[in-house]
Every structure is written in C-alpha cells, then in structure tokens.
Design a protein around this ligand. Structure first.
Ligand code: WQD
Length: 337
C-alpha cells in the first residue's frame, strides 16, 4: 500500500517514513529540500534497508501536484508534513507562510477530492490552543486567536480540512503535536535546523557540542515551579508512531467521524531548567546558560492530555525526557564528528 509523505525528508517526516516502512507500507516522499537534504534518504535506508520513492517537487506549483497524482494514482493515503514552521519568521514574512502552508494543502485536497476514498493526516500543532486555561490540554480546549501567522495557518488548515471532508470522501486525522525532540536511536536521522536553532533542544545540543557559546533561557520569572516555561517534549519516534496508528485507523475505516483530532504529546510538562538538567545528566557535562528576558509570544505552560489518543488510537508515548534528550545529544555528536 503506497503512502505519500510530503516533507518526508524533514525532521518529523523522515522519522515517520521509517515507521511506515517498518509497518510494511511503500512510501513516496515529496520534498522540495528547502529545509532538508537528499542525504536524509540514505539515513532512512540505513535504518530500514528500504528505498522510499523520492520526488523533488515544489507543492506550491499546482500543476506539479496535479502531475504527481496522475503519476501516482495508487496512493492510498497522504501524511502532509510539508510546511514552514518557524513562529518568528512567520511574523516577519506572513505571505510566505500563508502561501507555503495553505496552497499546497489546497492543491492536495483538490486531487484527493476526486478519489473514491482518501485518507489524510494533517500535521497540526498545540499552538492552536494558545495559552490554554486548563492543564493538561484536551482536544476540547478552546482554539485561541493565533498569535502568529504560523499558528494561524495551522488553524486555517484544520478548518479547510473540516469543510472539505463534509462534502467529499476525504477522511482525516488532525494530529496536534506538542514539542517534538530527539532523534532516531540509530543516529542515522535527526533534526537538522537551518542556521541558528529557534527551538530549545537543538540549541542545547549545539551549545553542548561547542557550536554555540551559551543558551539564553527566555524568561525565569514565569509563575512556574522554577520560573521557566513548561512544555510537553515528546520523542520524535513516539510522534512518528502516532502517525502510523492514525493512518491504519483511517485505512481500516475505524474512524468514528470524517475528521478526528488528537493531541500528541508525552503527557508530561517539563520546565526549561528541567530540560537543561536532563541534558547535563545524560551528557555528563555542564551546559553554559544565562537567564534573559522572556521571548515575545511564548505561552507559560502547555502539556497534553493524551487520554483520547491512548484510548482511541491505542497510542502512548514510550520515551522519557532523558531518553529523548540523550537521543538528540547522540545525533548532535554524530553529525559533528
Ligand atoms: C520551548 C521553550 C522557550 C529556545 C514552537 C512552536 C510549535 C512547534 C515547536 C513547530 C520555550 C524556551 C527556546 C531558546 C529558550 N513548532 N527556549 N531558549 O516555542 O514551545 O514551540 O516549536 O511545529 O508550534 O510554537 O518551542 O523549543 O522554541 O521553546 O529558553 O534558545 O524553550 O522560551 O519556553 P515552542 P521552543
């Protein structure tokens, strides 16, 4: 059974391709290499021994998307990762985000609308909840007005899928990720941030390896146990596995509604200082850091209630924070060796 994975050479996409292949799926990757490299293919093959089909394609070109689905009319499901994801960049360049995160989604859905049955998994984000009132966050938590164009594209994307599913044979699962971190235990694939990492864990590992002088902790005066923000850091392999179970649910038509939504996190909140402590524990080295002002737009606290994914998908994150941080560190050392 052939599955299209857009953005399949990216961080979460590549780990999901591995888990799909482990479950016997044939994978076709579309990637425009804007935030990944073709070498990631070798990493995937090194792990699974299987070569995914790779099509270098810019999904912003409608004709390219149409040609793809003519060539691969036997695609049974689509996992759509391809999107820009830097919150700060989206504020500076909103049209880049609206074009790149929405047009490809629309073009793909247009192609799927003609199919007799289409299984679609959308890469969404806990950012749609903004600063949720209640912790842990359930799927029923209100959707807050987005505080960035990036977050807005996730909200609009979800709404587009809901609307199209009502009038087509598309069945969809929206996976709202919390904070994906870490790397495949083999260290054959992992995160490859472009330039200065915006996210915490890659910045920590680059500081640990000496690429960065010190970590700036954005705010230590929050109303939390140690004053720093709380997030739900989930191992990227656990996140990848959630996509496979969600896809199987759609293919086996076990879904109870046209569109189902799941929060995908570890279910545990960790402060920034706790992540630093985790790194120091697993690496055996001190991490240079300084406490600085808060970062604009950061929420104080966000961690997932994963009860629904546990009960309905039969999925639960298995890795601990230390295991995820250790895998990120192992990957950092591998790519810098
Ligand atoms: C985590 C915590 C920072 C860097 C974003 C997107 C989300 C998803 C994941 C795409 C915060 C602190 C960070 C640093 C720091 N993106 N931090 N120093 O902001 O929770 O989520 O990335 O899917 O949609 O919103 O993740 O890793 O940037 O920050 O102190 O150098 O680490 O303030 O509290 P975030 P993050």
């Amino acid at each position: 059974m052939k599955i299209l994975v857009t953005g399949g050479l990216g961080f979460i996409g590549s780990h999901t391709v591995v888990e799909l292949q482990n479950e016997g799926f044939e994978v076709v990757i579309i990637d425009n290499l804007s935030n990944s490299t073709e070498n990631v293919l070798n990493g995937i093959i090194a792990i699974t021994g299987r070569q995914p089909i790779f099509e270098k394609l810019d999904l912003r070109e409608k004709a390219s998307v149409q040609d793809f689905f003519k060539k691969y009319s036997d695609v049974s499901g689509v996992i759509h990762f391809a999107a820009s994801k830097a919150v700060g960049e989206s504020v500076e360049n909103p049209l880049l985000y609206y074009e790149n995160n929405l047009n490809p989604l629309i073009y793909i859905l247009q192609e799927l609308q003609q199919k007799d049955k289409a299984n679609f998994i959308f890469s969404s984000s806990c950012t749609v909840y903004g600063q949720a009132e209640k912790m842990p966050i359930t799927e029923n938590a209100p959707i807050q007005p987005a505080n960035s164009p990036y977050g807005n594209t996730k909200q609009i994307g979800e709404e587009i899928i809901e609307d199209v599913a009502k009038v087509s044979n598309i069945t969809a699962v929206l996976l709202r990720y919390f904070n994906p971190i870490g790397a495949h235990p083999s260290a054959e694939i992992g995160e490859l941030p472009n330039g200065v990492p915006q996210n915490l864990v890659p910045f920590i590992t680059q500081t640990g390896i000496g690429l960065r002088k010190e970590l700036s902790v954005f705010g230590a005066d929050y109303p939390t146990s140690d004053g720093t923000c709380i997030r739900d850091y989930i191992h990227v392999v656990d996140l990848a596995k959630a996509h496979v179970v969600a896809l199987k649910r759609l293919i086996e038509s076990k879904n109870e509604s046209k569109v189902e939504t799941f929060n995908i996190g570890s279910g545990t909140g960790s402060t920034v200082l706790e992540v630093i402590n985790s790194f120091e524990k697993v690496s055996g080295q001190k991490l240079p850091y300084k406490l600085v002002d808060r970062r604009e737009g950061d929420v104080i606290e966000a961690f997932a209630d994963t009860e629904k994914a546990n009960a309905i998908l039969g999925w639960k994150a298995e890795s601990t924070l230390d295991e995820a941080v250790e895998s990120a560190w192992k990957w950092e050392k591998k790519i810098r060796s």
